[in-house]
Design a protein around this ligand. Structure first.
Ligand SMILES: [Zn+2]
Ligand SMILES: [Zn+2]
Length: 115
């Protein structure tokens, strides 16, 4: 399995809030829209609270790649690599990733057009 620059924080909490303002997905770098339910990981690092936010589909993709394709026992949402790079690193082992990634991009594009 590959190890992305995972820097596990001792205190963290995962929630699925609705966005009250626009955010950027830490995995695919596309916008998280106002009102969109997304995955928020709040963490305590060096005595400061921070948060990483990703699309629910990016969360599912990260989980799939790290747990199923890589066989890890934890998955990383924001390891300094984009979801595009992760898909590129792994589609040889799991060609279905290309289909999942394409579906994600299509969905994001559809949301942008209907906004
Ligand atoms: Zn891997
Ligand atoms: Zn995303």
């Amino acid at each position: 399995m590959c190890n992305y620059a995972a820097d596990p924080c001792p205190v963290w909490r995962v929630t699925r809030p609705k966005a009250r303002k626009p955010h950027t997905c830490a995995a695919c770098l596309a916008p998280i829209r106002v009102g969109e339910v997304h995955v928020r990981v709040g963490y305590l690092s060096d005595g400061r609270w921070g948060a990483t936010r990703v699309h629910t589909t990016c969360d599912a993709l990260a989980r799939y790649i790290d747990l199923e394709v890589c066989g890890g026992d934890v998955y990383v949402l924001d390891g300094g690599v984009t979801m595009r790079e992760r898909v590129c690193d792994h589609y040889h082992d799991a060609p279905e990733l290309l289909r999942m990634w394409a579906a994600h991009l299509r969905e994001r594009r559809r949301l942008e057009v209907t906004s």
